[in-house]
Design a protein. Structure first.
Length: 242
């Protein structure tokens, strides 16, 4: 199997059909043998039923994983990544903020052996922001980046750790996510830290991006919880090393 596509979803019944349809047609158009894994993170709506009802072309495997109660995006992505079978594994946020065609840039980096993990970045030269973030979100993003770089020791050459569009070598994704513990929105940071510890190489690629104002992340509501989770991640990794 060439590519596994993981789509984490929480109360996304209005969007998930477009996500599955777009992912399936990307696989077919690129002649990739692949699977789509929708992970329903304890939704209160019909997300799972809608995802299961979307027609997919022959040759594309579709699996819907549902659990309850709601635990967080990190848990959803981890659940999906561990279940992947592809040579490469992609996770993409629901809502098509980044069209699936952008994955070709990440796949090219992986196929050439340039890196083990390819991150989409909204902040690199060549990125196209069709609908940018509101000013307050841009400010919070800069504050978050400064805190993460200082507190967690993330390399300064990484411009966008939180973009919800990342491609991995499949074996690397399954190894890293199997050990991760973070259930929340900063799971990306834990994955990065584990990747660095194990010597995996990370590169970024520019993406086309549309801001989704219906995002489940509300930074002003979650800020202190995010900071607490970052501290927990750093402490847990330090204890593991000991």
């Amino acid at each position: 199997m060439d590519l596994s596509i993981v789509i984490p979803a929480y109360n996304e019944s209005a969007k998930i059909a477009r996500d599955v349809d777009a992912a399936a047609h990307f696989l077919v158009d690129q002649r990739l043998a692949g699977e789509i894994l929708v992970v329903d993170d304890g939704s209160d709506d019909e997300t799972s039923k809608v995802a299961e009802a979307v027609p997919v072309p022959p040759g594309v495997e579709r699996k819907v994983i549902r659990y309850a109660p709601h635990r967080g995006k990190g848990c959803a992505v981890r659940t999906g990544m561990v279940a992947t079978r592809g040579e490469y594994a992609l996770f993409a946020d629901s809502g098509l903020c980044v069209p699936f065609g952008n994955a070709l840039r990440g796949l090219e980096l992986l196929r050439k052996g340039t890196c083990d993990i390819a991150h989409g970045s909204r902040k690199m030269a060549g990125s196209l922001l069709k609908v940018p973030q509101p000013a307050y979100r841009r400010l919070l993003s800069r504050v978050f980046r400064a805190v993460v770089l200082d507190l967690m020791g993330i390399p300064h050459n990484l411009t966008d750790t939180q973009c919800g569009f990342k491609v991995y070598r499949g074996d690397v994704a399954r190894e890293l996510y199997r050990d991760c513990r973070s259930d929340g929105f900063v799971f990306d940071i834990e994955v990065l830290m584990r990747a660095r510890r194990r010597g995996f190489t990370v590169r970024e690629f520019p993406v086309e991006w549309v801001c989704d104002l219906d995002s489940r992340l509300q930074p002003t509501h979650n800020l202190f919880g995010i900071l607490r989770e970052l501290v927990r991640i750093k402490r847990a990794l330090r204890n593991e090393r000991r």
